[in-house]
Design a protein around this ligand. Structure first.
Ligand SMILES: C[S@@+](CC[C@H](N)C(=O)[O-])C[C@H]1O[C@@H](n2cnc3c(N)ncnc32)[C@H](O)[C@@H]1O
Length: 249
């Protein structure tokens, strides 16, 4: 409860401001990693952007695909994916902070029909408000580290993906365990640091949820001033296995 309250409090404030920062003060996740894919996105979404990489660099959604963005915030990756999947596709952003959902819906409304295939749903990524086996890609940008129940996030992602579907994530990972004191620091948790897990734990959790072909790639390495430990901004990819032969994509 304490984690969820701290996280929602921080992101409600960010939703109400024009600052594009996941973090404030000491103990911030690295913001220098590549996030641009070159598409124009609404300025209202990029100014609320709080990611730590770009999950869409890892995949190539096509016309008609269904994409879900876990922790969609101001909607930057939802709006990016919207153009990729076209009018026959859908992009669903899920976020637990009402102020973020309102902001993203307001942005969508400003652009008329341009983002008609995009939808923002209030909900927790540990209990996705989405039907099983209906999604081609689950993406997420600097959010899963914030969850106090990562096994639930991965099992929900697995549930909503179609067979052969892909999970593509930008997130913070750690080279080694961090001090217990740091884990209890709610400012550091909501700044995308103290809730992060090691690369090997990330892989284990994904495997336990049923994923295969799990890859974790470091995009950048940084140090945190407050606790003096290192962390990575990482790109993570995994696949939901198929029961039969893989359908062509
Ligand atoms: C660091 S921001 C990233 C936002 C967005 N992905 C981006 O790249 O700009 C984290 C977002 O995840 C949301 N969030 C954090 N924990 C969540 C959870 N358990 N369920 C749903 N949303 C969550 C926050 O409300 C916030 O909007």
């Amino acid at each position: 409860m304490e984690v969820r309250r701290a996280v929602k409090g921080r992101y409600a404030k960010i939703a109400a401001s024009s600052a594009s920062d996941c973090c404030a003060g000491e103990g911030c996740a690295d913001k220098s990693v590549p996030i641009s894919l070159g598409e124009a996105v609404p300025v209202e979404a990029s100014s609320a952007s709080a990611g730590c990489g770009s999950p869409l660099l890892l995949i190539a959604p096509r016309e008609g695909d269904v994409v879900v963005d876990l922790g969609s915030g101001g909607g930057i990756d939802v709006f990016r994916a919207s153009g990729m999947v076209g009018k026959n596709g859908r992009v669903l952003g899920v976020d637990a902070t009402p102020e973020m959902i309102w902001r993203a819906r307001e942005t969508k409304a400003k652009y008329g029909r341009k983002y008609a295939n995009a939808e923002f749903r209030l909900g927790e990524i540990e209990h996705l408000p989405i039907e099983s086996s209906t999604v081609d890609y689950v993406i997420s940008n600097c959010v899963i580290n914030l969850s106090p129940d990562k096994p639930a996030v991965f099992s929900e992602s697995f549930r909503v993906l179609k067979e052969g579907g892909t999970l593509a994530v930008a997130d913070v990972t750690l080279p080694s365990e961090i001090p217990e004191g740091a884990r209890k620091d709610m400012d550091s948790w909501s700044a995308c640091i103290a809730g992060a897990v090691t690369d090997s734990d990330y892989k284990k959790l994904l495997k336990r949820a049923g994923f295969k072909d799990i890859q974790v790639e470091h995009v950048s390495d940084s140090n945190i001033g407050k606790y003096l430990f290192r962390y990575h901004s990482s790109h993570i990819k995994a696949t939901k296995p198929t029961a039969g032969p893989l359908r062509p994509r």
